[in-house]
Design a protein around this ligand. Structure first.
Ligand code: BG6
Length: 494
């Protein structure tokens, strides 16, 4: 019996803000990532501004706030890694040819909202932006690669963030819907698979995990649940619109794959972990796939002092926006415990938890756990019974370029092999898994740290953390390995 069904989509995943570059070209407006500096594993990324007196300053991304009277600004002499990404904007033909050579049948990318609507609020779109994505989709189609398009991937236009208060403001729903209507109509014949928001649960999952579940900063999370509601409503609205006008479209949700285990057999750890998974993961999936808030939402709203009426008023809209498939990113698992004093803390990016003694950790502290992929695929499919895509997965690692230009990234091959085997296991368990698009199939800027040295790609890009390099592309060992894996539809993983 074949491990993967015929027609299974194999590919790779990227996001405009980390890959595309061309940040101020051809009429594109800025996004928050364009005023965000690079960091490292131990030093956070900073967001830059000028204050009311014109003095430059910065605050910690994911946690800090713009001071009263300040304005976001690109500061002189500072390096902003997302401005250039790894230059897909100018090199998309070369890159797509390489994806085709690897055998991709699907390519996940996002559309930069501010390339189409520079402030996010205009009536008329920026034609140059529309033309760019049209050329990209046509190039993909030339090689029979199916585009999988994320509509919003960490790049809300800066104007909306600064002037409208971001997703806390319900007005943003209408602007987002207009953006979607525009791109749906424009690319109706070129794109079939859409994801509305990247890692939509991140809005609550990240603050919950960063602040640690037990001592969460209640005010920050309260605001996040409200902003999240606006995104869930926006998503449901455009899904309903897509279903009504474009029956060929397949609409999917995209969640940050959280797999949290209870660290001990203490019943308090079991219950606490169940609640963490509900608060930070299932909450979004339940709304987006089932079309209504789950029963435990009342417990969450009570905990954060939120009025149920705020959420319940949109029940009809949510009911009309059910997803056709479920997608998520999966990199690592975490552990929850009420015995925090006795447990070591670990985690990477924004995922935090107690260290799992049975797992090895990556250079950036991410727990490597292929079993959790099979485990989560089973849980998700049991719950929703809709097709699933794993749209991000991979190992962020430092690669060494040898004298002859080769890159021997056996560690990445091992990681991918184990995760592909885990997916095969889930399929054998009965899960309807239809696609695998590992993250950063070509090297790009890290979202969490802004680094280039943290690489996920099977295609190397000559570029360092300071933006120095030729941007030349080359094939790593994993390129040839994945090519074989795809050609054999997941049979040949040697
Ligand atoms: C996911 C995001 O959280 O993880 C990507 O959707 C991100 O945008 C990826 O790049 C890997 O995280 P990082 O911090 O290593 O880039």
């Amino acid at each position: 019996m074949a491990k993967f069904p015929k027609g299974f989509y194999w590919g790779g995943a990227t996001a405009a803000n980390q890959y595309e570059g061309g940040w101020n070209e051809d009429g594109r407006g800025p996004a928050l990532t364009d005023v965000t500096l690079g960091g490292t594993k131990d030093t956070p990324r900073m967001v830059t501004y000028v204050d009311a007196d014109g003095k430059p300053g910065s605050y910690v991304n994911w946690g800090g706030r713009l001071p009263e009277g300040a304005h976001y600004a690109v500061l002189d002499d500072a390096y902003y890694p997302n401005h250039l990404g790894t230059d897909f904007y100018h090199r998309y033909k070369e890159d797509i040819a390489l994806f085709a050579e690897m055998g991709f049948t699907m390519f996940r990318m996002s559309i930069s909202w501010s390339r189409i609507f520079p402030k996010g609020i205009e009536e008329e779109p920026n034609q140059a932006g529309l033309d760019f994505y049209r050329s990209v989709f046509e190039e993909l189609r030339k090689y029979d690669i199916e585009p999988l398009v994320t509509i919003s991937h960490f790049d809300t236009p800066l104007y909306i963030v600064e002037e409208l208060g971001d997703w806390k403001n319900p007005k943003v729903i209408g602007h987002f819907a207009h953006f979607c209507e525009t791109i749906f109509e424009e690319y109706e014949g070129l794109v079939r698979y859409w994801l509305t928001f990247n890692e939509i649960n991140g809005l609550v999952a990240f603050p919950l995990m960063v602040a640690s579940h037990a001592n969460a900063d209640v005010e920050a999370v309260t605001d996040s649940y409200k902003a999240l509601h606006h995104q869930l409503v926006a998503s449901a609205k455009v899904v309903a619109l897509a279903h009504e006008r474009y029956p060929q479209f397949k609409m999917g949700c995209m969640l940050a794959g959280m797999v949290s285990y209870p660290l001990t057999a203490d019943p308090k750890d079991q219950l606490g972990n169940l609640q963490l998974m509900q608060d930070a993961f299932w909450y979004c999936g339940d709304v987006q796939v089932r079309g209504h808030y789950p029963s435990y939402a009342k417990r969450i709203w009570r905990r954060f002092g939120l009025d149920p009426a705020f959420f319940e008023k949109d029940a009809e809209t949510l009911a009309k926006g059910k997803m056709d498939f479920f997608s998520y990113s999966y990199y690592q698992s975490a552990c929850f415990t009420t015995h925090r004093d006795e447990a070591d803390e670990s985690g990477g990016n924004v995922f935090r938890g107690a260290t799992n003694p049975y797992l090895a950790y990556s250079e950036w502290g991410w727990a490597m756990d292929p079993d959790a992929l099979r485990y989560s695929l089973n849980q998700i499919y049991d719950r929703y019974e809709v097709p699933i895509m794993v749209v991000e997965n991979g190992l962020g690692a430092i690669d060494v370029v040898e004298e002859d230009g080769s890159i021997h990234d056996g560690y990445r091959i091992d990681y991918m092999r184990e995760h592909i085997e885990a997916m095969a296991g889930a399929i054998a368990d009965g899960v309807d898994l239809i696609a695998y698009t590992p993250w950063g199939c070509i090297d790009l800027v890290s979202a969490g740290t802004g680094e280039m040295r943290k690489r996920y790609g099977m295609i190397h890009v000559d570029m360092d953390d300071e933006g120095k390099g030729t941007l030349d592309r080359s094939r790593k060992d994993s390129f040839y390995w994945y090519q074989k894996a795809i050609k054999s539809n997941g049979e040949d993983l040697a």
